[in-house]
Write a protein that binds this ligand. Structure first.
Ligand SMILES: *Cc1c(COP(=O)(O)O)cnc(C)c1O
Length: 228
């Protein structure tokens, strides 16, 4: 199991990238544990992981009772979310990274209200033209944020999430991240998203150092941590 070594490398790369970033931001590491069993996740938690990311509701439901220490670990839903599955995760996740439509916000608000919770969410933004990448068009973001603020008392929009296309040369992702950072800053500076807009989730195993240099405050890393 090479997790320990991978983890040290990732932490050190994060520190180096932070030094290069002009924004002096803090960076939260979300360990993406999709496809990994609970024993591997538990061992990662023993070694210091405090945020875990899963992309499927079913996997969260299965693993949630098996992962120890749940009180000290924040669960993140990073994959697309069907409206009819919100009810299964609303009591489990600290942050939903994939809010991309009004319908979904409405359901999240309803379920959060029913358990007296304010659910933190990120708006997932489509920053590349790839068909496979989901998310809201950049120009539609401010409208959804405004609607959430006006209509949904039990949702708190904490920021934005985006995914760059894959490139063999990760330097090519930089333009996508800087575009999202620009939208993030505009939104924050306009105060149109409320007072809690502080999270920019971008960067995965292939490109997290570039994303941090461009202002990411949260990175979602799977294979760089867990693969051999
Ligand atoms: C799988 C996944 C990640 C992590 O990908 P790696 O390349 O393994 O680091 C990050 N974000 C989302 C939305 C994912 O589905």
């Amino acid at each position: 199991m090479s997790f320990k070594k991978n983890y040290e490398t990732v932490l050190s790369n994060i520190e180096k990238a932070k030094e290069k970033s002009p924004y002096h931001q803090d960076v939260t590491l979300v360990a993406v544990t999709k496809t990994y069993e609970a024993d591997i996740i538990n061992s990662a938690i023993d070694q210091g992981i405090t945020h875990i990311g899963e992309n499927r509701v079913q996997e969260i439901q299965k693993k949630y009772p098996e992962v120890k220490n749940t009180g000290k670990v924040d669960w993140h839903l990073i994959g697309s979310l069907q409206t009819n599955k919100v009810k299964y995760i609303i009591d489990k996740v600290s942050l939903i990274h994939s809010l991309d439509r009004y319908d979904l916000a409405k359901e999240i608000n309803k379920r959060a209200l029913s358990i007296d919770k304010v659910q933190d969410c990120l708006i997932q933004v489509k920053i590349s033209d790839e068909e496979s990448k989901r998310g809201l068009a950049m120009e539609d973001c401010s409208h959804l944020i405004k609607s959430c603020l006006e209509d949904f008392s039990n949702i708190r929009i904490r920021g934005l999430m985006g995914m760059a296309p894959y490139f063999d040369d990760s330097e090519e992702t930089r333009q996508y991240f800087s575009k999202l950072k620009e939208l993030f800053d505009e939104t924050k500076d306009s105060h149109s998203a409320g007072d809690h807009f502080d999270t920019l989730s971008m960067g995965m195993s292939n490109d997290y150092t570039i994303a941090i240099e461009e202002g990411a405050t949260m990175v979602r890393i799977g294979s760089a941590l867990f693969s051999d």
